[in-house]
Design a binder for this molecule. Structure first.
Ligand code: TXA
Ligand code: MG
Length: 377
């Protein structure tokens, strides 16, 4: 199945569909070909509980190099190694502290990535030359079955083109990666929708480099001193960890993040959207169901008043679920960004959320997508 690229360097990407709810042994069987491609050094995109990943054999430097090429990813941004059994941890990390072990026992399989000292079997290409390695055990049945069937640890960044929002649906991956990878395993929508929490265990106390699917509060229940990297929870700071140096999670159009009390946010978004749309600009709204409802009334988008025609035509809303349910917002966020891009909007206004629980990851992604364009009301 591992086909050679054509004259233009394009691969014939094979898309296979599996049902994540099927029995584990059936899944492993269905994923046999994809697993073989991984073992042979190919690239396979697959769903995890957070976002889709683009996998390659973590022990094969040529496979790892292919991941970087497919994504257009800068070489200095290290990858996460995915495992399916606890025993694999010992072979990937040169030492595992009792604290790291407790975190793994509590949160694996699940959306927590641990940064640990790297063992010699992990090529420098995976870790971008660092002495540490990122490891996680995903909980998604398709990810687990694929890694098991492959029988090797799987290095996998998110399966988007570098700089694009992470993919939460197989179609997102297809749009970014068709012709650039060997296989896409379509296992439906991912569950959490934002990436794993990246926790650096090589320092004391541990530091969260990227907030994600496991909440800061949950980690602090085990290790109360856990710190968070400056910038990862602050809309004003410039991100500083390895991956966060690079432009990330952005839709192509400029995104403005509106911060403040909710009612004031709604009024500000209304005012700015109206002004931009009246000037003939296409405006995207990345908003909760509650905000969308308010704005529909305020902007009279549902009325047939002729003077609202241009407003109606120029304003596109991507709803991302209820403000009262941040898990909903997390799972719809990246799809919302992609939908607005496809609607060819020139400017996006996004509302902000509480930073409790998964809200911290949501605000981190929105802040990075805004790249400093923050409106305080
Ligand atoms: O949920 C996820 O984490 C998804 C799924 C596919 O597992 N993966 C993902 O990978 O988001 P990626 O490559 O998009 O993000 C990995 C992050 C980057 O910010 C990278 O810089 C950081 O982890 N990272 C990887 N290895 C590291 C290391 N040794 N030290 C510090 N940061 C590291
Ligand atoms: Mg990524």
């Amino acid at each position: 199945m591992l086909d050679a690229p054509d004259e233009q360097g394009k691969l014939a990407t094979v898309r296979i569909q599996v049902d994540p709810r099927g029995p584990a042994d059936t899944l492993e069987e269905e994923l046999g070909e994809a697993a073989r491609v991984l073992r042979q050094g190919g690239t396979v995109a697959f769903p995890t509980e957070t976002v889709y990943g683009l996998g390659g054999n973590a022990l094969d430097r040529r496979a790892v190099a292919r991941i970087f090429v497919a994504k257009g990813r800068p070489q200095d941004n290290p990858l996460i190694v995915h495992i399916a059994e606890m025993e694999a941890l010992e072979t990937i990390a040169s030492s595992v502290s009792p604290e790291a072990r407790r975190l793994a026992d509590r949160f694996w399989p699940g959306p927590l990535t641990l940064i640990l000292p790297k063992s010699d079997i992990i090529p420098n290409e995976v870790t971008a030359g660092l002495e540490s390695v990122a490891v996680r055990m995903p909980s998604h049945p398709v990810a687990c079955a694929l890694i098991r069937a492959a029988g090797v640890p799987v290095a996998a960044p998110s399966a988007n083109m570098s700089g694009r929002p992470s993919p939460t649906a197989a179609d997102h991956v297809w749009r970014d990666m068709a012709g650039r990878i060997d296989v896409l395993v379509d296992g439906g929508l991912t569950d959490i929708g934002v990436e794993s929490t990246v926790l650096d265990m090589t320092c004391r106390p541990p530091v969260i480099l990227r907030p994600g699917g496991v909440a800061l509060e949950a980690i602090r229940e085990l290790i109360p001193e856990t710190r968070i990297l400056t910038g990862a929870d602050d809309v004003d700071a410039t991100p500083r960890s390895p991956g966060l140096r690079h432009k990330h999670y952005s839709p192509s159009s400029e995104l403005w993040l509106v911060v403040g009390e909710w009612e004031s946010q709604v009024r500000e978004i209304e005012k700015r959207a109206q002004a931009e749309a009246r000037r003939g600009r296409r405006v995207g709204l990345l908003v909760s169901a509650e905000t969308a409802a308010e704005l529909r009334a305020l902007l009279a988008l549902e009325s047939d008043v002729p003077e609202n025609k241009s407003l109606k035509r120029n304003i596109v809303a991507a709803e991302v679920g209820s403000r009262g349910n941040l898990s909903e917002v997390a799972s719809a966020l990246f799809d919302g960004m992609r939908r607005l891009d496809e609607a060819n909007v020139g400017i996006i206004f996004a509302e902000s959320y509480d930073t409790a629980g998964v809200g911290l990851a949501i605000m981190n992604r929105l802040t990075m997508a805004a790249g400093g364009r923050v409106v305080r009301v």
